[in-house]
Write a protein that binds this ligand. Structure first.
Ligand code: HEC
Length: 100
């Protein structure tokens, strides 16, 4: 058990910063930064909203898939262009709480 926890905590810190870099790389901050653009929620707001999924297995993958495919949302190309893997990473980053 100890070993498992160690492995998880050792790998989560680099994953979090990788996701911030990923968000930067994909231009997510141009709409979700501070101040946000065109009425988009900021990442801080999204993160607070998504915090309820913390600890739920598969939530990041599910929300990531929804972001990529949700027809109700406005047609936002950067959302749709994400790979499933990157969408999951980014949603996990938001669920875990964006560093202030
Ligand atoms: C062109 C502006 C724009 C860009 C660029 C953009 N977004 Fe968004 N995003 C929005 C708007 C507007 C909403 C709110 C409406 C909606 O849910 O579609 C939103 C909503 C979201 C949500 C909440 C979806 C939900 O289910 O409530 C997440 C998560 C998100 N964006 C992540 C990202 C990520 C990650 C990127 C970078 C790959 C990104 N966005 C790039 C405009 C943008």
């Amino acid at each position: 058990m100890t070993v498992v926890f160690f492995v998880i905590s050792a790998s989560s810190a680099p994953a979090a910063s990788a996701s911030a870099a990923l968000a930067l790389e994909h231009g997510c901050f141009s709409c979700h930064g501070e101040p946000s653009r065109g009425g988009s929620p900021t990442f801080a707001q999204l993160s607070r909203h998504l915090a309820k999924y913390k600890g739920q297995t598969g939530a990041a993958a599910r929300k990531g898939e929804k972001l990529k495919t949700d027809d109700e949302s406005q047609d936002i190309t950067p959302h749709r262009m994400l790979s499933s893997e990157k969408a999951t990473l980014l949603l996990q980053w938001l669920i875990d709480g964006v560093a202030p």
